[in-house]
Design a protein around this ligand. Structure first.
Ligand code: UTP
Length: 293
């Protein structure tokens, strides 16, 4: 039998403003934007649960209560579907509730991703945990966050997910540089948040998945505001890297940036094409569209 992982909790920061999707996100959290009929945040929770995570900690903010409601019971709706004998719909409504245990903490002000993670300190306590960002969806045979957890269990140091991005896109990401370790590993030496074009040799971008030791909380509490006046998780990770080491793993699987409008549309097409009941109609519709434009 394989040893159970010590990583049981995942922090999902969902307190950002989602300005790239305005006006859609004026009254609705961007994390509730659907991929076909499942909100993106549910796909993230599904990935965590498939990786063995038992408790999800949302870092939320004003205007984000739809996320908490989505993962809560809906007694009236459930009773109605039950009375009407709609068992498939009922199962779909109940699924998010049954996936995991949920907790949420509030980030009173959007002071940055590092600050959002720090807000989860009391709920996580003194144990390693995952951080997963809703902007990066992964479709992978082994869940992306599960790949990191396996490395954390092997090495005992913080692990970050990496993907090589095309040249010229480095300034959109946190970039990691260091010493290659095997086919997919990187002993991280340097991290830079959104480097100016042409200032970094590496094209290995951090893609929204981290497994971290609890020491990161003390580090984030001491991390001053950085780029954009925000407390940056990347700055905290750079300190963790120099004190305790940090490992990067080029994760296997397809990744979709649903925090970006074009990325969201591409992800929608991908998830529709993976659904047997939709695939043929969607493919035919897309082909027709592409012929005309
Ligand atoms: P983004 O930089 O993508 O910001 O945050 P955003 O507000 O979500 O979206 P745009 O760019 O305005 O469209 C990356 C992640 O960090 C979280 C966000 O919710 C997102 O998951 N975040 C960011 C917080 O939880 N709190 C913050 O203060 C900042």
């Amino acid at each position: 039998m394989t040893k159970a992982s010590k990583v049981r909790k995942a922090v999902l920061p969902v307190a950002g403003l989602g300005t790239r999707f305005l006006p859609a996100t004026k009254a609705m959290p961007k994390e509730m934007l659907p991929l076909v009929d499942v909100p993106s945040i549910q796909l993230i929770v599904e990935e965590c649960v498939a990786a063995g995570i038992e408790e999800i900690v949302f870092v939320t903010a004003r205007g984000k209560s739809a996320i908490e409601d989505h993962f809560d019971r809906a007694p009236e709706l459930e009773a109605l579907l039950e009375r009407r004998g709609k068992t498939d719909d009922l199962a779909r409504v109940r699924r998010p509730t049954e996936l995991a245990r949920y907790a949420s903490v509030r980030q009173a002000e959007a002071r940055g991703l590092g600050h959002a993670v720090l807000c989860a300190r009391d709920v996580v306590g003194d144990e390693p945990f995952a951080v997963v960002l809703g902007d990066d969806l992964m479709d992978a045979p082994v869940p992306g966050v599960g790949q990191l957890i396996a490395e954390y269990d092997r090495l005992g140091t913080g692990v970050i997910a990496l993907k090589e991005v095309p040249s010229g896109q480095e300034h959109l990401y946190g970039i990691a540089d260091g010493e290659r370790d095997g086919a997919r590993g990187l002993k991280v030496k340097r991290l830079v948040e959104k480097p100016a074009p042409g200032t970094t040799a590496s094209r290995l971008a951090i893609i929204g998945r981290y497994v971290l030791p609890p020491e990161i909380f003390g580090i984030l509490a001491e991390t001053p505001p950085g780029r954009g006046g925000e407390i940056q998780l990347t700055d905290g990770l750079a300190t963790l890297c120099s004190r305790r080491g940090l490992y990067g793993l080029e994760v296997e699987g397809e990744r979709f940036d649903v925090g970006d409008r074009a990325g969201y549309v591409i992800a929608m097409a991908h998830y529709a094409l993976t659904r047997p009941e939709l695939r043929d109609d969607v493919r035919a519709g897309l082909e027709k569209l592409l012929q005309r434009r």
